[in-house]
Design a binder for this molecule. Sequence first.
Ligand code: AMP
Ligand code: MG
Length: 356
Amino acid sequence: MQRLDALARRLAVGGSLLASCTLASIPCAVAQDSLFQESRPAMGTTVEILLYASSRVRAAELFEAAFEEIERVEATLSSYRPTSEISRLNALANGGRIVTDPEVFGLLARALDVSRRTDGAFDISVGALVRVWKRGRANGHLPPSAELEQAAAAVGWEHVVLDPATRSVHFLVPGLELDFGGIGKGYALDRAAALLRRAGVTAALLGAGRSSHYAIGAPPRTTGWPIVVPDPHDPERPLSNVHLRDGSLSTSGSGQQFFEYAGTRYSHIIDPRTGVPVTGMTQVTVTARSATDSDALATALFVAGPERAAGLLEHYDGVGALVVTAAGPDAAVVPIAWTGSPRPRDRGAQHLPLER
Ligand code: AMP
Ligand code: MG
């Protein structure tokens, strides 16, 4: 744990997402509260928490509780863990109705709602295709078409049936696998943030690598926690600056997770309509009131692309997006109700050429 009270100390949060900031932008002490920071590996990335607390001891208690909550959520949702509730559902729920706990049931209902509103661009049932493409990526070739067809037949959010009366889950097709990779980090941050709020924290920033951030309040005398959305084609340069307050920001990008085959760059995000990873997109950043929503919507808009994105966001209040298409002569940054600054000329999906 670090106490951040030296004037010259610079914070580097979330890789390059949160701009390094000094006391000029984040006051490090107000009244008796000081700013503390701790990071730990979790959810396949580094989770970082900044919070104001009255003492080092109090901050340590808060960090412990928040990281424990993140670990609990990961242990519940991860399909990499054979003991998780999701692994249990994936193993059993195509054989009949399986009763699950209220938390998983609620999150599954929320994920299916995102699928409905995004026309299936976000699909919590995409696990079988993710698995097949991961194997292809590891072997350096495209998956055989028979495998792809089989996996595609096991994907479809409409095949996940929830029964609120019995709190049970039933998959209508064999081999269906839930995959919370596109929503779980955001959800874990929301849960940890809720815990910190209940513990009396009024200013904190939680981040899961470059994937998601959630802000409680703002540093004293500021309008929000400063976050930089990097230009994916030139990560040293900021694409936009956001001041986050009681809200979230999530980014889906192909910058780190992709594989190239025969000149095509395949991302780690699958278009459920085609069964093929998205190509032609570089980065989507979404701001929302909850990190669960922004995480799921960033994944959805990565699939939907700039043409469909504006229409899909009409179903959501208070959500903004910044969509960056793939490098090349047609590369474009498309702001949709984006409130970050410098605020690109907004209103609808205008294509702004990337500055070089
Ligand atoms: P994110 O980085 O939040 O966009 O999440 C990407 C992860 O979500 C992938 O690694 C998969 O585990 C999962 N995923 C891939 N495609 C989709 C999709 N169309 N809908 C929902 N989850 C997906
Ligand atoms: Mg996501």
